[in-house]
Design a protein around this ligand. Structure first.
Ligand SMILES: [Zn+2]
Length: 270
C-alpha cells in the first residue's frame, strides 16, 4: 500500500522558536524549520500519497526547496510523521450481543463503544463471538448449546451491584461455564440445585442495583475483551472472570481453570 503520511495523530503542530518546529507536547518532537516546511506539513492528511503531495507542494508551497521524499523520510524516522490513519482490520469481524431486558443498558453502551472502535457487524447470525448479557445468573442452556455447536461465547452477568465478565469460552480449547459451575459447586454444594432453577420466569432478577458509572466501566471492560478477540490477542477473560464494581474503579480477577470433572476439554478431540 502507498505511503500516505500524516502528522502524528492527536499531536499539535507548533512553532518552537525562530528556527525549530515541534510536533506534540508530551514531550514533543523537535526538528529544524526550513522554508515552506510548516505549510507543507499542513498538507499531510493521511489520505494523499507522495506523488499527490509533490504536485500539491509545487503548486501551493513553491518556497519549499527540500526534496519531499527525503523530508518525509526524515520526519518519519523522528516519529513526527506516521503512515496514514492506521486502523486494525476489524470490519470483517462478526459479533452477536444478546441481552435480557435487564442487560439492555450495558449491551447498548458496549455496542456504541465497539462501533466507535471500527466494528460494524454487531448483530451477526454467524458471529465470531457471541456475547450474552443477563441480569442475574442466566439459564445454562444457551452456553451448553454454544459449546455443542463449537461457538465462541462470552457470558456477562449483572450480579446485583457488580458485573462479571467471563469466562470467554472457545469450546474445547479454554475453560467453560461448566468448569466455572463445578468450581463453584466445590465450595457451594447447593449450586447444582440452584442452577436448575435459573432462567425460569419466577426466579428472574429484579432491576439491578448497578450504578450508572459502574455500568459504563463494565461496558469499557467488555469492549476491551471483544476487541482483544477481534484483533487475535488473548482476552483477559479467557480462563478467568473479570469483576467490575460495586464502585466503578473496582476490579477483581477470579481464575477459572479447567475443572477435572468437566468434559469440555474432550470436545476438541471428539
Ligand atoms: Zn469445562
Amino acid at each position: 500500500m502507498a505511503f500516505r503520511p500524516a502528522v502524528r495523530p492527536g499531536a499539535p503542530l507548533l512553532r518552537r522558536d525562530a528556527t525549530h518546529l515541534q510536533v506534540g507536547t508530551s514531550p514533543g518532537i523537535v526538528f529544524a524549520d526550513r522554508p515552506g516546511l510548516l505549510a507543507f506539513l499542513r498538507l499531510l492528511d493521511g489520505a494523499r500519497d507522495i506523488g499527490r503531495l509533490r504536485s500539491l507542494a509545487r503548486e501551493r508551497v513553491p518556497e519549499l526547496e527540500a526534496d519531499v521524499g527525503a523530508t518525509l523520510d526524515e520526519l518519519l524516522a523522528l516519529g513526527a510523521v506516521v503512515d496514514g490513519p492506521q486502523r486494525p482490520a476489524r470490519p470483517a469481524y462478526e459479533l452477536a450481543i444478546h441481552s435480557d431486558p435487564g442487560g439492555v443498558a450495558l449491551a447498548d453502551t458496549t455496542r456504541s463503544i465497539l462501533m466507535e472502535s471500527g466494528l460494524t457487524r454487531l448483530s451477526s447470525t454467524e458471529p465470531d463471538l457471541t456475547v450474552v448479557v443477563s441480569c442475574g445468573e442466566p439459564s445454562r442452556a444457551t452456553f451448553e448449546q454454544a459449546s455443542l455447536w463449537g461457538l465462541t461465547h462470552l457470558p456477562v452477568v449483572i450480579d446485583e451491584d457488580r458485573v462479571r465478565i467471563g469466562p470467554l469460552v472457545r469450546p474445547g480449547v479454554t475453560p467453560c461455564v461448566g468448569c466455572h459451575d463445578l468450581h463453584r459447586a466445590d465450595w457451594d454444594p447447593a449450586w447444582p440445585a440452584l442452577l436448575l432453577q435459573l432462567g425460569r420466569p419466577a426466579t428472574g432478577a429484579s432491576a439491578a442495583a448497578l450504578a450508572a458509572t459502574t455500568c459504563h466501566a463494565a461496558a469499557v471492560e467488555l469492549a476491551v475483551e471483544v476487541l482483544s478477540h477481534a484483533d487475535g490477542r488473548r482476552a483477559r477473560s479467557v480462563g478467568q472472570c473479570l469483576l467490575v464494581g460495586p464502585a466503578p474503579d473496582e476490579r477483581t480477577v477470579r481464575p477459572v481453570p479447567f475443572h477435572h470433572r468437566c468434559a469440555c476439554d474432550l470436545l476438541e478431540t471428539a
